[in-house]
Design a protein around this ligand. Structure first.
Ligand code: ADP
Ligand code: F6P
Length: 329
């Protein structure tokens, strides 16, 4: 294996929305780096910490027992300053002063836009790991955190179903996904929801009401409607209000699952994915790869240029959307 001669110290940060499994990825990056006789430096609060030089030396024990913890021990942030080149220059100078010669960024597509700028403008070696519950990143079948988030949403909807059935209610359950319907679609299939409203499919209030009415006439006494937060008709409260207006006999309730979906102990799938990608990210840097996101497609490690990972989107399977509908009949 060819080792980059100057590669001695690797930095790692988490950026954007936190996701369960980020800690497992940090652990894998730190331990692989140490295994490869490199030093590892943790950067607090994402790009904010790069600008403010909030660095911490990471040893093997620094990442002990974090594999089962949600959130991120390095903390995360949304850092507007980083969108300006002048601040990115400060960040690069801070890393160079500290002797950090390569960086691993764990985050979503916004974080990769920042990482790409570091790579292009300053030729700084940087590799990304997809960490977001939204699963909307091109170049990987799954992002770290998605599996945990959908399991959390599924368990919550199962509980709501009990109350919906007991009181003959129609529940509108809002799940996360500002631009992507993965959480909505998976949760819907897994809970047998009566309808799925996601950003990728245009929703029509009249069609939705006609469908609900049809279901009621078939003696369905309760229902679950999953609403992704990015749906074209609005949020779950707004949609429930419109339905109540058109179908006044319906008793509706709204539950927004919100940030509950972002927390909690990661599932086995997320821990394994994060561990493998964390290891592969360090190996990629050692092989001289840069400006790419490591992902997993059909079980194989893939390297997708940031430009592609940022501009393209992971598409939902429209057939799965139809199946969700068929199975809820
Ligand atoms: P995510 O990574 O989960 O998509 P954000 O979209 O909030 O989350 O992006 C995380 C951070 O990445 C932002 O707060 C900002 O610091 C940085 N970032 C996002 N877009 C850009 C950009 N175009 N140029 C430079 N940095 C960016
Ligand atoms: O990127 C994940 C995500 O959970 C989106 O689905 C959601 O719209 C957004 O983050 C909310 O994040 P915050 O409350 O941190 O702004």
């Amino acid at each position: 294996m060819t080792n980059l001669k100057h590669l001695k110290k690797i930095g790692v940060l988490t950026s954007g929305g936190d996701a369960p499994g980020m800690n497992a990825a940090i652990r894998a990056v730190v331990r692989t780096a140490i295994f490869r006789k490199l030093e590892a430096v943790g950067i607090y609060r994402g790009y904010e910490g790069l600008i403010q030089k909030q660095f911490t030396e990471m040893k093997t024990h620094s990442v002990s027992k974090i594999i089962s913890r949600g959130g991120t021990i390095l903390k995360s942030s949304r850092c507007l300053e980083f969108k300006e080149k002048a601040y990115r220059e400060i960040a690069v100078n801070n890393m160079r002063e500290e002797g950090i010669d390569a960086l691993v960024v764990i985050g979503g597509d916004g974080s990769f836009r920042g990482a790409d700028a570091l790579y292009r403008e300053f030729d700084f070696p940087v590799v990304g790991i997809p960490g977001t519950i939204d699963n909307d990143i091109y170049g990987t079948d799954y992002t770290i955190g998605f599996d945990t988030a959908v399991n959390t949403a599924m368990e919550a909807v199962d509980k709501l179903r009990d109350t919906a059935d007991s009181h003959n209610l129609v529940f509108f359950v809002e799940v996360m996904g500002r631009d992507a319907g993965f959480i909505g679609l998976y949760t819907s299939i897994a809970t047998g929801a009566e309808a799925t409203l996601i950003p990728e499919v245009h929703t029509d209030i009249n069609k939705l009401c006609a469908y609900l009415d049809h279901e009621r006439r078939k003696n369905k006494t309760s229902g679950i409607i999953i609403v992704a937060e990015g749906d074209n008709m609005g949020n779950a409260n707004e949609i429930a209000a419109k339905v109540s207006e058109k179908l006044p006999d319906y008793e509706t309730r709204v539950t927004t699952l919100g940030h509950i979906q972002r927390g909690g102990s990661p599932t086995c799938n997320d821990r394994v994915l994060a561990s493998i990608l964390g290891n592969r990210a360090v190996e990629a840097l050692l092989e001289g790869k840069s400006g790419v996101m490591v992902g997993q497609v059909n079980g194989q490690t893939t390297y997708t240029p940031f430009q592609e990972a940022c501009t393209r989107h992971n598409e939902i399977n429209k057939l799965w959307y139809e199946i969700a509908h068929i199975l809820s009949l």
